[in-house]
Design a protein around this ligand. Structure first.
Ligand code: SF4
Length: 608
């Protein structure tokens, strides 16, 4: 098949058996690749109610048809599993250079199943595939192990690795690559750790079949030219995602002290410009990216370059825990990366624990003597380590904020900021109804990257509750994650304003199949509905209640900053859901109707 490596690699960690099967053409036709393959294999292969940390759950890594080819930012792969954090669908995107090697090894997806009796790592060198003993790497940090594995196997191999967080069952552990890129959310690293898999080391040398080489070169070059000529290139390249920090602070969207406000009095000390001046020494992009947003610094301790925080981490491990010091945020980021835990969830659980402490719900008896007040830098560092090793209060927080609040009680669930058990990423959504709905209905929990709508809220009126806003969110949810299906980065479109129609000819030239964006959005809707059905299958009573936002956003207005006094009333939250379900073709309880499933070609798959 043009545009595909041609094989699905299965790794049974229980038996140690490795096998390949041809990539199924009908799955490629209906789900295209990347996140689409992940959703398909998850729904059809993981038995209902499988334990996320048991042998029946699978960890699925998938590239897309653009991955590894000369298309701007085509270095993305998707990691899908049943989430141990939420009990539903998890899918997390990883940039860098890993997926290009997957493609050059002729692999479209790797499916890990079973559990290894001893720690192992997988080495793929084209068709030579081996599981090797990882005992000497187990227990060590991600950065150190990536350096060691590259030294052992060669610099031209790419490495994806978990840290102690994933080994120890922290429910929001991530998978690291390239010294700071992560598949961060939903506990994909936890599942990898439960399987006894420390790392994947990969190199490939094959070519990817392309349907029309001349057209591919022409269309690919047009995309590159558009990126290089874009007006926004220079600021984006200088600051990366941190460019939005000052804007979020100004408009009241910067999560501050556990989302109790959206503006931070110490904000100017953690803005992108400060980070650029104080820490950043070089830029680095993912495979084939002409507009690198990765900002790197050099760490003597590790003898390598490591990535410094992007916006989400600055929000969650900066203002959300009261740290007004970019150096401290960078150190907290490095700790999380090396220990292999998601910075967004870490900032969420630490912010919640700090609020519990300041309200007297937790005391020094619960915190091993830590004065867990907002702004206490040493307490943040210490708590990150306690979480990764599940020590003391860290064991409670390692379960995520939803479970921690259920265990602690005393009303602490009212300020546990999550949707469906996933800690909300770094946009304070006080009275920003589109972004609030985006979090409420996101397919993995409260994550921003499916439908980033905070600027749209500000453009059209943040408190509006109208069908047009809902339609915008649905369009974004069907469209934006398609980049994760194609195996390419969305930020060229989001940040540089590249015309999305430029992707149509390049996809057609590579695969030989002409698809318009309308066709692609239909695939996006198919995946969205399939994963919704996965949530419903795995969780008894799943429905509307699960889509409610954190209570704080409808009951507890900020007392400071530009959003002081502002909330979205619960009746408006419910109205947003009514409109959303109707436009999606879902029942009043938020489940796809049989007609919707039929329209999207899913009915027989669900029935099976
Ligand atoms: Fe990677 Fe950033 Fe480039 Fe996207 S814009 S491909 S995330 S470096």
């Amino acid at each position: 098949m043009n545009g595909y490596g041609g094989s699905i690699l299965r790794v049974d960690l229980t038996s140690g058996k490795v096998s390949k099967q041809p990539t199924p053409a009908e799955v490629a036709q209906k789900f295209i690749g990347g996140r689409g393959f992940g959703a398909y294999f998850l729904y059809t292969e993981v038995p209902a109610h499988a334990d996320p940390l048991g042998p029946e759950n699978k960890l699925i890594v998938s590239s897309g048809p653009l991955s590894g080819l000369m298309v701007p930012g085509a270095g993305k792969c998707d990691w899908t599993t049943k989430s141990p954090l939420t009990g539903g669908y998890a899918s997390s995107s990883l940039g860098g250079h890993f997926t290009a090697e997957m493609r050059y090894a002729g692999i479209d997806s790797i499916i890990f199943e079973g559990i290894s009796a001893r720690p192992v790592y997988l080495v793929i060198d084209d068709d030579k595939i081996q599981l090797l003993d990882a005992a000497s790497y187990w227990g060590r940090g991600t950065i150190e192990v990536e350096v060691a594995l590259k030294e052992k196997h060669g610099e031209d191999f790419q490495v994806a690795v978990i840290g102690p967080g994933g080994e120890n069952g922290v429910l929001f552990a991530c998978i690291n690559h390239d010294y700071g890129r992560e598949a961060g959310r939903g506990g994909v690293g936890t599942v990898m750790g439960a399987k006894g898999l420390k790392a994947i080391v990969i190199r490939g040398t094959k070519s990817i079949p392309v349907a029309d080489m001349d057209e591919y070169r022409k269309a690919g070059m047009a995309l590159y030219r558009a990126c290089i000529e874009a007006e926004g290139l220079k600021p984006w390249q200088t600051y990366g995602t941190t460019i939005v920090t000052s804007w979020c602070d100004e408009v009241g969207a910067l999560p501050t002290r556990n989302f109790s406000a959206g503006s931070f009095e110490g904000g100017s000390k953690i803005y992108g410009a400060v980070m650029r001046d104080e820490i950043v020494i070089t830029d680095k992009g993912c495979f084939g990216c002409p507009c690198p947003c990765g900002k790197y610094s050099h760490m003597k301790r590790y003898g390598t370059y490591v990535e410094v925080p992007e916006y989400e981490t600055i929000g969650m491990l900066g203002s959300n825990v009261g740290l007004a010091d970019i150096q401290a945020v960078a150190q907290a980021n490095l700790l999380c990366d090396d220990l292999g835990i998601d910075t967004i969830s870490a900032g969420g659980v630490i912010g919640w624990a700090m609020e519990c402490f300041e309200k007297g719900i937790l005391t020094t008896k619960d915190t091993d003597g830590l004065e867990l007040r907002f702004g206490n830098t040493e307490a943040v560092f210490k708590l990150i380590e306690m979480i990764a090793y599940r020590k003391g209060l860290g064991a409670l927080l390692a379960q995520g904020v939803k479970r921690a609040a259920q265990q602690v009680g005393k009303g602490s669930d009212k300020f546990a900021i999550h949707v469906k058990g996933m800690e909300q990423s770094a946009y304070a959504t006080h009275n920003a109804t589109a972004m609030l709905l985006a979090y409420m209905t996101c397919d993995v929990g409260a994550h921003h990257n499916r439908s980033w709508a905070i600027t749209y809220d500000l453009q059209v009126g943040r408190d509006l509750v109208v069908p047009e806003k809902v339609a915008r969110i649905i369009w974004l949810q069907d469209f934006r994650p398609m980049f994760d299906v194609l195996g390419s980065c969305r930020l060229q479109w989001v940040e540089l304003g590249i015309d999305r129609d430029l992707y149509v000819p390049v996809l057609a030239a590579i695969t030989g199949v002409h698809r318009t964006w309308k066709d692609l959005e239909e695939v996006g809707a198919r995946i969205w509905n399939l994963t919704r059905m996965f949530w419903a299958r795995e969780n008894e009573g799943f429905g509307r209640e699960w889509d409610l936002p954190a209570t704080r956003f409808y009951e507890d207005p900020p007392t400071t900053g530009v959003t002081a006094g502002q909330i979205t009333k619960l009746e408006d939250v419910q109205r947003l859901l009514d409109m959303y379900y109707e436009q999606r073709g879902w029942s009043e309880n938020g489940l796809p109707t049989p007609e919707t499933l039929e329209r999207l070609g899913l009915r027989s798959m669900i029935a099976a």
